[in-house]
Every structure is written in structure tokens, then in C-alpha cells.
Design a protein around this ligand. Structure first.
Ligand SMILES: Nc1ncnc2c1ncn2[C@@H]1O[C@H](COP(=O)(O)OP(=O)(O)OP(=O)(O)O)[C@@H](O)[C@H]1O
Length: 222
């Protein structure tokens, strides 16, 4: 599913030692991997390399057997829309659009949408995620944090990605809701045999995952 080889990454204008220096790191299909590390250690940067939002200056980044480091930025955008679901720390929903519109927007970025699209239906997902129909026409800014979070999951799942990437999506929640977020997400991933890479500094979530790794063990720079 994921294979990183000899990856070195330094953010622009940072001439000191590379932030990430990864000799080899693999994730297999169907694995759920929890990557932990302190603030500023490079967790979001790693996710951005996996999703092709950033490219490494050296090394190979393969996802689903395709070399992201050899793609143009347009090809990487297309690849991300078709294969990767992303759940962000602050969900990044468009606040003035309702739940269905937010999800449909993600669908519209998938190639072939409208024709042979593999997308699911926003309504089916919202129902599965327990958001009642009376909520579907509200701007997402008017939904509770828990509801917004479920819309964000639905948006990440709608294109049936093979890989789900989550960047501290539970950081704004209390402990009970953090666990219920994962209890909701995990069966959905299993049902579709998706892989998950989830980064957080909150070790109390680690028991939900099939593999737990410290960023400092993945990257030799820490
Ligand atoms: N676009 C950028 N340009 C320059 N430096 C950056 C950029 N983005 C992040 N950094 C720096 O890279 C380092 C790692 O940042 P990153 O966001 O990957 O860490 P993190 O482990 O995800 O942190 P947090 O847990 O606080 O979200 C930090 O020192 C940060 O300041």
C-alpha cells in the first residue's frame, strides 16, 4: 500500500538537517497504523508526503504501487482525489455548504465522476453515520463538533479510497468522544479493507490500531 525508500525531506527556507530521513517504511493493505510523536516532530509533514501535497527532494514515495515522487502536481492531485481520503484536525469543511454539498464536492474531484464513478452516495453515508435527514440541509458551521466530524468522515469515505489519512482528527474532542470517533471509523475501514495512517501525540488512542510506531523510530533524524 505504502512504500517509502531513502526519503529525505526539508521544508523550504530550513537549511538545517532534514526534518524527515526515512530509510524504509512500509504499510500493507488493510493495516491501521498509529504514528505518534511530539508537536513539531514532522507528523503532518509525513502525511503530506504520503498524500502528495508535498514532494521529497530525495527518495521514493510509492502509494498503491505508484511513484508519487515521479508525478506532476496535477497527477498527484488526481491520484489523491481518486485514492486517498483525508480527515483533518479541524475537519476543513466548507462552513456555508451543507453536509451533502460538502460530500458532493469531494465526489466531483474524482475522475469519471458522473460516469463510471466508484463514489458512494452522500445520503447513504450520512445515514450510516447517524446524521438524521433534518440535519442535511444545515450549513455545516451550524452543526455540532461531533456532527461535523462525522460529515468529515463521510467526505473522506465517499470516493471509496484505498488509503485513509487522518491528522489528529480527535484533538478537539474529550476522551469519551475520541474513543467513539475511532469506534465509528474502524468498522467502516474494515468493511472496505482500507488502510489507515493516523497521526497523534495522544497515546491513549493507540489500542485501536493494528500497529503503533513512534515517528522517531520511522525517521532517523529524531
Ligand atoms: N510549510 C512549512 N515551511 C517551513 N517549515 C514548516 C512548514 N510546515 C511545517 N514546518 C516545520 O516543520 C516542523 C514539523 O512540522 P509538522 O507540522 O510536520 O509537525 P507535527 O509533528 O505534525 O506537529 P503538531 O503535532 O504540532 O501538528 C515544524 O518545526 C514546523 O515549524
Amino acid at each position: 500500500m505504502i512504500e517509502l525508500k531513502n526519503v529525505r525531506f526539508t521544508h523550504e527556507n530550513r537549511s538545517d538537517k532534514p526534518l524527515l530521513n526515512i530509510e524504509q517504511w512500509n504499510v500493507s493493505a488493510g493495516e491501521s497504523v498509529f504514528v505518534c510523536g511530539p508537536s513539531g516532530s514532522g507528523k503532518s509533514t509525513l502525511l503530506n508526503l504520503l498524500s502528495g501535497l508535498l514532494t521529497c527532494s530525495e527518495g521514493e514515495v510509492s502509494v498503491l504501487g505508484q511513484r508519487l515522487d515521479q508525478m506532476s502536481s496535477r497527477q498527484r492531485d488526481r491520484f489523491r482525489a481518486n485514492n486517498i481520503g483525508y480527515v483533518f484536525q479541524r475537519f476543513n469543511l466548507i462552513p456555508y455548504l451543507n453536509a451533502v454539498e460538502n460530500i458532493d464536492l469531494a465526489k466531483s474531484f474524482q475522475s469519471g465522476s458522473g460516469h463510471n464513478s466508484k463514489s458512494g452516495s452522500a445520503r447513504t453515508l450520512l445515514t450510516a453515520l447517524n446524521i438524521s435527514e433534518s440535519e442535511w440541509s444545515k450549513p455545516t458551521a451550524q452543526m455540532s463538533v461531533g456532527q461535523q466530524q462525522r460529515v468529515a468522515i463521510a467526505r473522506a469515505l465517499v470516493n471509496r479510497p484505498s488509503l485513509m489519512i487522518a491528522d489528529e482528527p480527535t484533538s478537539s474532542l474529550d476522551e469519551e468522544n475520541r474513543d467513539s470517533f475511532l469506534d465509528l471509523l474502524m468498522p467502516l475501514l474494515k468493511a472496505e479493507s482500507m488502510s489507515l495512517v493516523f497521526v497523534s501525540h495522544d497515546m491513549s488512542l493507540a489500542h485501536h490500531f493494528s500497529r503503533v510506531e513512534k515517528l522517531s523510530d520511522i525517521s532517523g533524524t529524531h
